[in-house]
Design a protein around this ligand. Structure first.
Ligand SMILES: [Zn+2]
Length: 215
């Protein structure tokens, strides 16, 4: 295990490696929010929670940040957290959301955990910052998001969400331990997502690149 480094405050813009331009994220995205997120986070033909892989009616769209006013969104544009060219609010932009099951949606919105992008290995990683026992199985493992997807979420927005999570849990260690080798979540590494049957269809597969060592 290695300590997860914290971001140095103040953050007047996205940290190095987390800017939308550095990540190669196009803007604006060509899709509307729900259609874009639904398609991007559908895996093997089913919309799924990108953390636990659950599919079905319990899976819903989730905004990375709840502030939805144009004023709030324009402030993020002005400080280059997001592209100045995207639409006016997060409710219109696939780069600002993800699919989660009802359980993870609640825990995400109530700041029990955060998602940290690892630029070195191009992975989005679940961090169980509040140390919930039932979430430890997901801790330090990569979730089903791909930075190379044209609709990928902004890593910078996860940084801002992380700041909120840290504020809700001031008693927690500032640099929680994470594995020094980042593996996929168990449901991804089981091979379930690598079916040859669906190749070539309009179904996104989780990239099958081997998990890489973090810096
Ligand atoms: Zn879930």
């Amino acid at each position: 295990m290695v300590p997860l480094p914290r971001f140095q405050l103040p953050l007047n813009g996205p940290p190095s490696g987390y800017g939308w331009e550095e990540c190669g994220i196009p803007a604006p995205s060509p899709s509307r929010f729900k259609i874009g997120v639904h398609g991007r986070d559908s895996i093997l033909g089913q919309p799924r929670c990108v953390i636990c892989g659950l599919s079905g009616e319990m899976v819903k769209h989730c905004f990375i940040l709840k502030g939805r006013s144009s004023y709030y969104w324009n402030r993020l544009k002005d400080s280059n957290w997001i592209s100045s060219q995207i639409r006016n609010t997060c409710t219109e932009e696939p780069h600002t959301g993800l699919l989660l099951c009802s359980n993870h949606h609640v825990l995400f919105d109530k700041y029990y955990f955060f998602i940290r992008y690892f630029p070195e290995v191009h992975k989005f990683v679940f961090v169980n910052y509040s140390d919930q026992p039932d979430q430890q199985q997901f801790h330090g493992k990569a979730i089903a998001l791909d930075i190379k997807d044209r609709l990928t979420p902004y890593p910078s927005l996860f940084v801002l969400h992380e700041m909120r999570v840290r504020g809700y849990h001031p008693q927690q260690p500032l640099d929680p331990d994470v594995p020094d080798n980042i593996s996929w979540q168990d449901w991804i590494s089981d091979g379930v997502l690598k079916s040859d049957v669906l190749k070539g269809r309009n179904v996104r597969e989780v990239p099958d690149t081997p998990p890489c060592a973090s810096a």
